[in-house]
Design a protein around this ligand. Structure first.
Ligand code: FAD
Ligand code: NAD
Length: 402
């Protein structure tokens, strides 16, 4: 078999969309395509805060890969990538090895604890479907346990969230919806549970539009979320976070860290040159010095040359990387010039719960409340359309009335 082999690692936004586009743009005789992923399903990383809070079922956020990618056209391997050996163009998987002519590394993010003492051992992470199911189950267990115990310790019903970036804020927004439901289910006084978000910067969502941040704060606080801004987490213990200069202990029954992300550790284990855990790619999205390796999504730093800093890691960007990568793989096969990646910013909309959201769209138009919540659902559903057409939208789309 003399066909070139394209191997895509990771079936997140970047990997799924790249594979889908390759399927559409290349004839079967032009290349063999292989997609490697840890699980047999793709998941909506952008919905993980809802899975963790239990406001959506985890199955709504999961899509079987073979429902989208034709296994007769693309070889699907469900296994974990251990490392890439660039010298002999091979990928080591947990259970086998595979060689490649062209490689796409789209293995996504890993939670970054910045070496904060005790965080890895004692906090939950919003990382993938399994870790989020664990959070949901743990929270519910705390409520059931509280109801059943004689000596009630109120702090066991505190949910402590470290980091007030978009993930932390979206998560506490969902919790503000879920906790009252759990109080009803377990017949618990709704004044006992607490939801606390701890952010080191003077404000949550540092750097985001100040009007929208003010809106988010009011919305969250009115629904009972306590915001501890300007409060740095120093350590995490079995009991909770130790914060601030005075080493105050905030006790909680559930502790979740949403304080930052970095590139998948497979990059480091494969010897790529890294800046803060990611590869700074060339403008055609190839790794520096590599003719045949593309790095996409949350594994890549793509420079915003105007502002001289990398674009933030988002699903929006990951999907756009996929388009450029698929075009460039086709160009390589046809010995044509490669295109440069240009990011098209469609805005940022963040949910604050089921019926509230805020954000910017169309180059700065600000949205709040129900119109923003509707827009967030449009964004979520648009992706389902792009990936799997009307069928997927009807199966997994967000059509809940509000
Ligand atoms: P991922 O989506 O992380 O996918 C990586 C894939 O690789 C996964 O399928 C994983 O299982 C697989 N994988 C990982 N390691 C291995 C391995 N060793 N072997 C095999 N497979 C492996 N961005 C937005 O634009 N809009 C939003 O509204 C938004 N909301 C978000 C909400 C939350 C709660 C979070 C956490 C993030 C949000 N983001 C949002 C950011 C966005 O989700 C990421 O930027 C995006 O998921 C990156 O896509 P990716 O394809 O690089 O990786
Ligand atoms: P982040 O890095 O954006 O935010 C982490 C937050 O934790 C920061 O505000 C930081 O100041 C804080 N922090 C770090 N160390 C701390 C400490 N020791 N004590 C207290 N606070 C600390 O991470 P994220 O929120 O997970 O977001 C990751 C990426 O995903 C971003 O690019 C974000 O834009 C994207 N995202 C987008 C959306 C959306 O568009 N709706 C939603 C979620 C995530």
């Amino acid at each position: 078999n003399s066909k070139p082999k394209i191997v895509v690692l990771g079936a997140g936004y970047a990997g799924m969309m790249t594979t889908k586009k390759l399927m559409q743009q290349l004839q079967p005789e032009e290349a063999d395509i292989v997609l490697v992923n840890k699980h047999n399903y793709h998941y909506q990383t952008t919905w993980l805060h809802e899975v963790a809070a239990g406001t959506i079922n985890h199955n709504q956020a999961r899509i079987m890969i073979r429902d989208i990618i034709d296994p007769n056209r693309v070889r699907l391997i469900y296994d974990s990538v251990v490392r890439v050996n660039r010298d002999d163009q091979r990928v080591v998987l947990e259970n086998s090895e595979i060689d490649y002519d062209y490689l796409v590394v789209s293995l996504g993010f890993e939670t970054n604890t910045f070496g904060i003492k005790g965080m890895d051992e004692n906090a939950f992470f919003i990382q993938d479907i399994d870790s989020c199911q664990l959070i949901r189950e743990h929270i519910e267990y705390q409520f059931a346990q509280y109801k059943n115990s004689e000596a009630k310790e109120d702090h066991n019903l505190t949910i402590l969230v470290g980091g007030g970036g978009f993930t932390g804020v979206e998560f506490v927004g969902e919790l503000a919806e879920k906790v009252p439901q759990l109080c009803k289910k377990y017949d618990i006084d709704p004044n006992v549970p607490k939801i606390i978000n701890v952010e080191a910067s003077p404000s949550i969502l540092p750097g985001f539009d100040t009007d929208l941040v003010a809106y988010a704060k009011t919305s969250l606080q009115e629904r009972g979320v306590e915001l501890r801004e300007g409060t740095k987490i120093q350590a995490c213990t079995e009991e909770g976070f130790i914060v601030g200069e005075g080493n105050e202990l905030i006790k909680a029954g559930t502790v979740v860290w949403t304080g930052g992300v970095t590139g998948n550790s497979v990059l480091a284990d494969s010897g790529f040159e890294l800046t803060k855990g990611k590869v700074t790619v060339n403008s055609d999205l190839r790794a520096p010095g590599e003719e045949n390796i593309f790095i996409l999504g949350d594994c890549a730093w793509v420079m915003n040359k105007k502002e001289d800093r990398p674009y933030p890691p988002t699903a929006q960007a990951a999907m756009q990387h996929a388009t450029t990568c698929a075009n460039n793989l086709k160009a390589l096969l046809h010995h044509q010039p490669l295109e440069q990646f240009v990011f098209s910013d469609k805005g940022t909309v963040a949910s604050l719960g089921v019926t509230d959201a805020m954000g910017t769209i169309f180059e700065g138009t600000k949205l709040y409340g129900k119109p923003a919540a509707a827009m967030k659902k449009v964004v979520d559903n648009r992706y389902l359309f792009l990936l799997g057409g009307l069928n997927l939208f009807l199966k997994k789309g967000k059509v809940r009335p509000f």
